[in-house]
Design a protein around this ligand. Structure first.
Ligand code: FAD
Length: 378
C-alpha cells in the first residue's frame, strides 16, 4: 500500500502496531489480522537490512534444535502447520508462496560428516521425548535414487521428509496482501524513530507520522537492537552474512532441496550457504562466490553447464545461541520482541501460534525457552 494514506487517518486505528515488515513482522501481523485485530505495519525501506528479501527459502527441520528440544518442537510444529498455512495464504491473498514439502537432504562429502549427521539424528530422536523427526541417513546408492546426477565425491546424506522449500519473496508478498485484505495497513518507508510508552499506550514516532496503540511488536530484524533499547529492552542480535548465487533457468531436475542448493519453480538453481562474520557489509565477494559454485558443481556436476546470472549477500539476524527471541517487556507490558534466523521455516508458527499469544497478551510456555532471560549473567 503506498504512503498516500494520511497518518492522521490512522491515529488510534490499530490494536497492534508491528514495527518491521519482513517475514517475522508480516507473519505476526497476518496472524493478528486473522484474529480480528486491526494491525498497522510500519516498515523501514531499502535503506534497512532485510534478510527476508535475500534468503534461501528453505523450510528446514532436520538438525534444528539438536541442542534444545523446545526449538526442535517449535520448528517441527511450524513445518507441520506449513501445508495448511500455504493453502490458506493462497486462498486469502490470491498469491501462492510456492511451498513444497518435498523432503530435503543434507549432502555429505565424507564418512565423518555422515557420522556427524547420524549423531544429530540420534540426539534429536532420543533426547526429545520420543518425537519422531523422521530424518534418516542414506548411503550413496539410496541417495542416488532420490537425487540422480550426484557427483562422485558425495558419500551420502541425511534425508528428512519434513523438510521443504518456498519462494520467500512470494511468501512476503502474500502475507502483505492477505493483511490488507483484512483491512490491515502496511506502510513502507515508515521507519520507527522513537517509541513512547505511557499509561498502557505506545506512541510510535515514525518517518511518516505518529501512531499509537495498546500493543506493539518489534520485528525489525537487526533494527530490534536499537528499537528494544529505546524502551529498555536488551535485544542481542547481530549480523551473519550469507551469499547466494542464482543460475539461469533449466528444466526440472532436482526434486528436493539440499542444505545449500535448490531448484525453484521457475527453473533456476539457488546456490549458497556461506556464514560470514563481516559486520554489516552485504557485498558479494569473489572467493566466497567461487567456493559456492565449486561446492555446487561437486554436488551435481551437471550444474557446470549453467551460467550464473545473479548473486547477492544478505545478513542473517543471529543470536549467540542461534535460537529465536520472543519476549514481552516486563516494564512495559504490551511491547513484544520477535527475532529469529529462520523466518521462512518459522513463518507458519509465527502466524498461527505466536500471534495468538501476542493477541492474548502473554507468551506461553511453548516459547518460554526463547526469552532474553537466557542471556542474563547468573
Ligand atoms: C543468506 C540467507 C539465507 C537464509 N536462508 C534461510 C532459509 O533457507 N530458511 C529460513 O527459514 N530462513 C533463512 N534465512 C533467515 C531469514 O531470512 C530470516 O530469519 C528472516 O528473513 C528474518 O526476518 P525479519 O523480519 O526478522 O528481518 P528482516 O527481513 O531483516 O526484516 C526487518 C524489517 O524491519 C524493517 N526495519 C528495520 N528497522 C526498522 C524501524 N526502525 N522501523 C520499522 N521497520 C524497521 C526493515 O526495513 C525490514 O523490512 C536466511 C537469511 C539469509 C541472510
Amino acid at each position: 500500500m503506498p504512503n498516500t494514506i494520511r497518518s492522521a487517518d490512522l491515529r488510534g486505528f490499530a490494536d497492534t502496531i508491528v514495527l518491521g515488515g519482513g517475514l517475522v513482522g508480516s507473519a505476526v501481523a497476518y496472524g493478528l489480522g486473522a484474529l480480528g485485530q486491526k494491525v498497522l505495519v510500519l516498515d523501514e525501506g531499502d535503506v534497512a537490512y532485510r534478510a527476508s528479501r535475500g534468503n534461501f527459502g528453505l523450510v528446514w527441520v532436520q538438525s534444528k534444535g539438536a541442542q534444545l528440544h523446545e526449538y526442535a518442537r517449535w520448528t517441527r510444529s511450524s513445518a507441520e502447520l506449513w501445508p495448511g498455512f500455504a493453502e490458506r495464504l493462497e486462498h486469502e491473498s490470491g498469491l501462492s508462496p510456492n511451498y513444497h514439502k518435498a523432503g530435503g537432504v543434507h549432502l555429505c562429502f565424507s564418512q565423518g560428516e555422515l557420522e556427524e549427521q547420524r549423531a544429530i539424528n540420534h540426539r534429536m530422536g532420543n533426547a526429545h521425548g520420543g518425537l519422531d523427526y523422521g530424518a534418516k541417513i542414506l548411503g550413496r546408492a539410496e541417495l542416488e535414487d532420490l537425487l540422480p546426477g550426484l557427483g562422485p565425491d558425495v558419500v551420502g546424506g541425511n534425508w528428512s521428509p519434513n523438510d521443504g522449500h518456498a519462494n520467500p519473496l512470494a511468501l512476503l508478498q502474500a502475507l502483505h496482501r492477505a493483511l490488507q485484505v483484512r483491512d490491515g495497513v502496511y506502510l513502507p518507508r515508515a521507519g520507527a524513530q522513537a517509541i513512547k510508552p505511557e499509561n498502557g499506550i505506545f506512541t510510535v514516532h515514525s518517518k511518516v507520522g505518529t501512531f499509537s496503540a495498546p500493543s506493539i511488536v518489534m520485528a525489525a530484524g537487526l533494527g530490534n537492537r536499537e528499537l528494544g533499547a529505546s524502551i529498555g529492552m536488551t535485544v542481542p542480535v547481530w549480523p551473519l552474512k550469507g551469499q547466494i548465487l542464482v543460475t539461469e533457468k533449466a528444466p526440472p531436475r532436482l526434486s528436493m532441496p539440499t542444505n545449500f542448493l535448490r531448484q525453484t519453480d521457475e527453473g533456476s538453481f539457488l546456490l549458497g550457504d556461506s556464514h560470514e562474520h563481516s559486520g554489516f557489509d552485504t557485498r558479494s565477494t569473489s572467493p566466497v562466490m567461487a567456493d559456492i559454485a565449486a561446492s555446487a558443481v561437486r554436488s551435481f556436476p551437471y550444474l557446470a553447464d549453467l551460467r550464473i546470472i545473479r548473486g547477492w549477500g544478505a545478513l542473517r539476524v543471529m543470536t549467540s545461541d542461534g535460537l529465536p527471541i520472543y519476549q514481552q517487556s516486563q516494564d512495559h507490558p504490551g511491547a513484544f520482541v520477535a527475532n529469529c534466523h529462520s523466518g521462512v521455516t518459522l513463518a507458519a508458527a509465527h502466524a498461527l501460534r505466536l500471534a495468538p499469544m501476542i493477541a492474548q497478551g502473554a507468551l506461553d510456555r511453548d516459547v518460554s525457552a526463547f526469552t532474553t532471560e537466557r542471556f542474563s549473567v547468573h
